[in-house]
Ligand binder design. Structure first.
Ligand SMILES: [Zn+2]
Length: 100
């Protein structure tokens, strides 16, 4: 029995994404929204984030200052792909900060 070369591998945690490829909100776990914003025929780009942050219910338990820092919504992105990437990297950042 050789244990000298034993490596303990950390199991790879699969990314938990939904059918849109988005990770859930790192704070409340809600399914993230993604939308192409067109208002009165004007295109405003893509937005992505936590739907609860948009309606600002009290689920996140953040005051106004903390809410700004939390960055749970993003607007004016160029594409669905970019919006997805921006949101998922925000979620991963929150995970590595230990807040997820
Ligand atoms: Zn949330």
């Amino acid at each position: 029995m050789t244990i000298g070369n034993l490596h303990i591998l950390k199991p790879h945690k699969p990314e938990k994404t939904d059918s849109d490829g988005l990770m859930p909100c790192p704070l409340c776990g809600a399914k993230a929204f993604i939308s192409k914003d067109v208002v009165d025929g004007y295109y405003f780009g893509w937005s992505v984030g936590c739907p609860r942050a948009c309606i600002n219910d009290r689920t996140h338990k953040l005051n106004e200052e903390e809410f700004k820092k939390a960055r749970l919504t993003f607007f004016h992105l160029n594409s669905k792909e970019q919006a997805t990437e921006v949101w998922n990297s925000r979620c991963k950042e929150a995970e590595s900060e230990g807040k997820a």
